[in-house]
Design a protein around this ligand. Structure first.
Ligand SMILES: NC(=O)c1ccc[n+]([C@@H]2O[C@H](COP(=O)([O-])OP(=O)(O)OC[C@H]3O[C@@H](n4cnc5c(N)ncnc54)[C@H](O)[C@@H]3O)[C@@H](O)[C@H]2O)c1
Length: 422
């Protein structure tokens, strides 16, 4: 354990490997790098204290470098007890002068002591992935919110929690829902979660996806991405939904749709991506086949009812890293991956850097936006301004050497005119 009053991480000597991996990710994050170069010149975040609670990964490290280049004074803690990359945490402390409080596998008490370290920083801007810092600020420690000009939120589940606070009139400052930017959820949730969740399942189990019956719960952005990638690997994919429109979309996309009660009897792999609670529960475990594998890629570890699985079991053992075997009374075995936490971050490396390039470009520009516009904002949840979203798409296309058309003046006038078609 490496600790001082300025950081709490696993091991400072892991830093050299972290630096190499951060640089590797940086090579695939050209949009963020271009923002960093501008921030270094313009210093838009000069003296701004940022309290960031994000997955401590190589991509997040490059976001921290960008905010720091812009002049920010940052404390970073983990947004999930299992997603921290300890070498990255070490590199951030030793080589990039960022205060980090995050250790992979930390217990709940340590996790919240780290979130509180972020709050102790008296942030001007909060940067959350799942609303944990904002949760503490609105719960136990509202007195620490006085210097805050605004916050940003990275993920669907966090945005849902914040909209609930807003509806109740309890939100203490404006928040930008980074997740809702098109250049975020259309790409990160779909292609990032799709690929990295499959990566996590394969790294943990080494199972052959081709020919396996795989069940994806939730056909939102994450679920769509995962179902698409499983199909590409030759799986027979079943989709579960509660929203009839999305269920219909899944059918039209060529997937079988059925209730969990039916899917539980036939599938080999189950992955939840709903943001909902107890999607896989007692009655489902009771009918699963011997060898069924259950995993979650939604934000919280509540989608699989693990206490129910534990109560049904007569024996538990760790089979491999991130694979726990539960033996039921009749001898059937069910395998839980990564303690039911985000399997793509726990058992693999999370989203590829290239897709986080856009998500974190949104984070950086949203922080700058908050500094410039906070006086005009109310205590509400705001979308990322369209100009920022469009600019990020343009920059990303340019870095991919892809050119797209623009409207001719005649076309622009035609599309803007009421008289069109006459
Ligand atoms: N693993 C990651 O790295 C990662 C990345 C982005 C988002 N997330 C998280 O993944 C979750 C899903 O995000 P999203 O952007 O796809 O959300 P979304 O709102 O687009 O999709 C969720 C879908 O789940 C469905 N659903 C809800 N309850 C259900 C139930 N009981 N059974 C079946 N379907 C149900 C909803 O109808 C919806 O279509 C959230 O918790 C989000 O925070 C994880």
């Amino acid at each position: 354990m490496s600790a001082s009053s300025d950081y709490h991480i696993k091991d400072l000597t892991l830093a050299p490997q972290g630096v190499l991996r951060i640089e590797w990710a940086d090579m695939q994050m050209p949009v963020l790098a271009s923002i960093r170069a501008r921030f270094a010149k313009e210093q838009p975040l000069k003296g701004v204290r940022v309290g960031a609670c994000l997955h401590v990964t190589t991509e997040t490290a490059n976001l921290m470098r960008t905010l720091k280049a812009g002049g920010a004074d940052i404390v970073l803690c983990a947004s999930n007890p299992l997603s921290t990359q300890d070498d990255v945490a070490a590199a951030l402390v030793r080589d990039y002068d960022v205060r980090v409080y995050a250790i992979k596998g930390e217990d709940e008490q340590t996790y919240y002591s780290h979130v509180n370290a972020c709050v102790d920083h008296r942030p001007n801007i909060t940067m959350d992935d799942g609303a944990d810092v904002i949760g503490v600020l609105h719960g136990e420690r509202p007195d620490m919110a006085s210097d805050i000009i605004g916050g940003t939120e990275e993920t669907t589940t966090g945005v849902i929690r914040l909209r609930a606070l807003e509806r109740e009139g309890r939100l203490l400052f404006p928040v930008v829902a980074v997740n809702d930017a098109n250049t975020k959820h259309l790409f990160d949730n779909r292609y990032g979660t799709g690929q990295s969740t499959l990566d996590g399942v394969i790294r943990a189990t080494n199972m052959l996806i081709a020919g396996s019956i795989c069940c994806v719960a939730g056909y939102g952005w994450c679920g769509r991405g995962l179902a698409m990638r499983l199909k590409g690997h030759g799986a027979d994919v079943i989709v579960l939904e509660v929203d009839p429109l999305r269920a219909l979309e899944a059918v039209m996309d060529g997937f079988r749709v059925m209730p969990m009660a039916a899917a539980a009897r036939v599938a080999r792999l189950f992955v939840t991506a709903t943001g909902d609670i107890n999607v896989i529960r007692k009655e489902h475990f009771e009918v699963m086949q011997d060898g069924a594998i259950v995993a979650n890629t939604g934000h919280f570890n509540v989608e699989i009812d693990i206490p129910a699985l534990a109560a049904l079991s007569v024996k538990r053992r760790k089979m491999r890293e991130y694979v726990e075997e539960f033996t039921l009374a009749d001898g059937r075995r069910i395998y839980l991956l990564a303690e039911g936490r985000l399997v793509n971050l726990a058992a693999a490396e999370g989203h590829p850097a290239s897709v986080m390039d856009m998500s974190f470009a949104n984070q950086s520009l949203s922080a700058e936006y908050l500094v410039e516009h906070h006086a005009e904002l109310q205590n509400r949840v705001y979308g990322v301004p369209k100009e920022i979203d469009d600019e990020i798409a343009r920059l990303k296309l340019a870095t991919m050497n892809v050119d797209c058309d623009t409207l001719t003046p005649e076309q622009a006038a035609y599309l803007a005119s009421w008289d069109q078609g006459t």
